[in-house]
Design a protein. Sequence first.
Length: 300
Amino acid sequence: MLLQSSENFALPQTLLHVEMHDDTRTALRRLYHYEPMPEERTLIDLKSSYPKAKTAAVLLLLFEKQGVLRVVLTTRSKTLRTHPGQTALPGGKSEPMDQDSVSTALREAYEECGLDPSSSSLHLISQLPPFLSQWKLLVTPVVVFIDNAACVDDLKPGVGEVDRIFSHPLEAVLDPSLVLTLNEPLSEKGSEDWPYVEELYATSDTTWTQMRGSAYRMHRVRTCASPIKGLTMDILTLAAQIAYEKGTTYTRYAPNQPIPSQLALWAIEDLDNPLPTMDQVVHSTSGIGAMASREHESSR
């Protein structure tokens, strides 16, 4: 992926005087000034033609701790009917009262984690191109930086929605072995949080039958809690590639797998085709980041 260099570009005015590590400042600057690829730009331009009821947003809440840029994640409640116990970004389906994707992401983060949307510690960095979920929702990632890491410690899981709130180094999405260098705590191998034989990263190729039978490579990354995978992994991978201007240490796509923006463009083209039922959509939106794991709930 070719990314526009942003070394000489400034950050938003609200962040100019916030103390942070140089690497964090550079990463945020790149995210702030990201120039979408041509297909991504087309997708952004066409997003308004997609029904609002079929759109959603997730929050990439970034913060710095001990000089490392981290992202806030949740583990969905095990009592939920869909994808219980899976990792998600705070987020959900757009509601009529939401003005835009930012409003949706912040509202959902408040409901799921208790994040105060009016906090002066929050700084909007960017919105990334939409991703297509398993149920053909267009999901817009909203990148926000919180300048007070103590605020992250104050987040509380929403009862019935979230079991755990945790964080993971953003760069480690690109190179899972970085968790060893950073001495990150990890979930127990062989436990329900990491049932795979691999130490840090596991993958498998499947077919996404809902979208033209496309190939799909499932990536799973070990964390201190539930593994990152599916749509959450796809979104974080793009954000990390932009922030660090480098690719993954593993092979990103399966043979003939469409890139995420192509899938979303296909969904817009297919608007006249039958979509999932409203019941399916409702049950898939309380944890948008997890719902597109594209695995059966019994699959490990």
